[in-house]
Design a protein around this ligand. Structure first.
Ligand code: SAH
Length: 463
């Protein structure tokens, strides 16, 4: 499962889990009129597998399309008509395909990789695969006439592709970004120009709480001095009372990273809170948090269901990030230990545990493989292992120690079916049987290899 990436540009979530050198993770209008058009064009629907309809509508030429279920007919559909920025932005490479077709491709991909290991259950798709991203990066540019436009940088360039109504981003965030253009104009705030080094605002990051409704606006600027900041925040809050916190992030580095290190809170508490599976998590500008909360909850619920916890188990949450899965599991386990390499993520995990008043969970900052080797050497008991490694999968140190520890059940959450298959084969040879595997679509419209899978393994022979 992905953590998030602090990098500007496109929605390349597959990269969000990359671990760079050093072992540290590097995470990646609706104008009412338009929506009316969309509603008018809602057509035939045929139902379905897994709660999503297989087919929906044929877009009318020149009009952007969306229906409640969001299925767009794959036949003859030009993606650019649905999103004019599609080609240049490059984020949604699957816009020309129906959602049902995307799901089929992802399901086939997982099935192919897991061939000979297990036949996966049908993929769980989204009921409404639009506007799911709770994290939005916007860049800005000043046009010749002085007006300001927002959008996304064309890949590998400093050219801004105007995007007014991104189809996968949270709609509230889209509206805020649009209004920020007007506010920057009226407050005469200069947009930073990477070539000349002149200007103030580099980008804006918006994070929304799907369950909580809280909204954070992060103004990423080259300098901590933001003129008339009080009035600016008041004007923004007047237009968008849903904004619960505004942060000025100072980024004076010449890199492609979105955020600098320093945060100055201009309004509110400097972070938002959100709920997943009944637990509350803090999300600050820097912290990583899954970008598709609806599917994340489905994925976690599956993992917890597979864990089959009855209140007595000792659970290990390996590659735990900010502790989300472990905290949810802690509710129905005796004890949970989370292990994670990234120190910042561990800090967040510890405070998340406090926030939820969970006393039966602790976190260790260490390489998961080394930690497992120590556990195995000390002959510790573990009943259930939940593991959620990055795209590269797990390693032999981890897997061989896992075999020594011999937990009853292993729940493997993976964002890469290729490494999942490799690791499942290893465990299959060392005393485990794969009982179930379920793909979950986390990133509709983006690349076909963006699919999560949760697998349940249990010991072949009871000990
Ligand atoms: N379970 C979390 C995060 C999963 S992403 C969630 O759902 O949000 C994978 C995590 O593995 C990242 O947080 C990354 O920092 C961590 N990681 C990568 N390599 C690791 C290693 N060798 N040991 C421990 N953690 C590692």
């Amino acid at each position: 499962m992905k953590a998030d990436k602090n990098r500007i540009g496109h929605h390349r979530d597959s990269d969000e889990k990359k671990i760079p050198k050093g072992g540290k993770p590097d995470r990646k209008k609706s104008a009412d009129g338009l929506q009316d058009d969309r509603r008018k064009n809602t057509q035939k629907r045929s139902v379905e597998r897994n709660g999503f309809r297989k087919d929906a509508q044929k877009p009318e030429a020149g009009k952007r399309q969306r229906t409640d279920g969001g299925r767009i007919s794959g036949k003859g559909t030009a993606g650019e008509k649905i999103c004019p920025a599609m080609k240049k932005c490059g984020g949604c490479s699957l816009l020309k395909m129906s959602y049902a077709e995307q799901l089929k491709q992802k399901e086939d991909f997982v099935r192919k990789e897991l061939k000979g290991i297990i036949k996966p259950e049908p993929i769980i798709g989204m009921e409404d695969p639009w506007h799911y991203r709770n994290k939005v990066h916007a860049s800005f540019a000043r046009k010749k006439d002085g007006s300001i436009v927002s959008g996304i940088y064309e890949e590998g360039t400093h050219r801004l592709v105007p995007v007014e109504d991104c189809l996968i981003q949270d709609e509230r965030a889209n509206r805020i970004v649009r209004d920020l253009c007007g506010l920057f104009e009226s407050f005469k705030i200069k947009i930073y120009n990477e070539d000349t080094g002149y200007g103030l605002v580099r980008h804006v990051l918006i994070r929304t709480g799907h369950a909580s409704g809280e909204v954070m606006v992060v103004l990423v600027c080259v300098s901590p001095v933001f003129p008339s900041k009080r009035n600016f925040v008041d004007a923004l809050r007047k237009l968008h009372p849903e904004v619960t916190t505004v942060v000025l992030n100072v980024n004076d580095r010449r890199t492609s990273m979105v955020l600098g290190k320093r945060d100055i809170v201009l309004y509110g508490k400097g972070h938002i809170e959100d709920q997943l599976c009944g637990c509350t998590f803090a999300v600050s500008p820097q912290s990583f948090y899954q970008v598709n909360p609806v599917q994340t909850e489905i994925l976690y619920r599956k993992a917890i269901e597979f864990a089959g916890l009855g209140g007595t188990e000792r659970v290990l949450d390996a590659y735990c990030g900010t502790g989300t899965i472990g905290l949810i599991a802690a509710e129905s386990a005796r004890e949970v230990v989370g292990v994670e390499l990234n120190p910042d993520a561990v800090k967040n995990a510890v405070s998340n545990a406090r926030r939820n008043n969970r006393k039966n969970i602790r976190f260790v900052q260490e390489d998961a493989g080394e930690f497992m080797q120590k556990m195995a050497a000390e002959r510790e008991t573990v009943d259930v292992v939940l593991m959620d490694p990055p795209r590269a999968g797990s390693d032999e140190a981890f897997l061989s120690s896992l075999v020594t520890l011999a937990p009853e059940r292993v729940i493997y959450i993976s964002c890469n079916p290729v490494t999942l298959a490799r690791d499942l084969r290893y465990l299959g040879k060392h005393g485990y049987r794969v009982r179930k595997a379920v793909p979950v679509d986390m990133f509709p419209w983006t690349a076909p290899e963006h699919v999560e899978t949760v697998a349940l393994l249990s010991r072949k022979y009871p000990q």
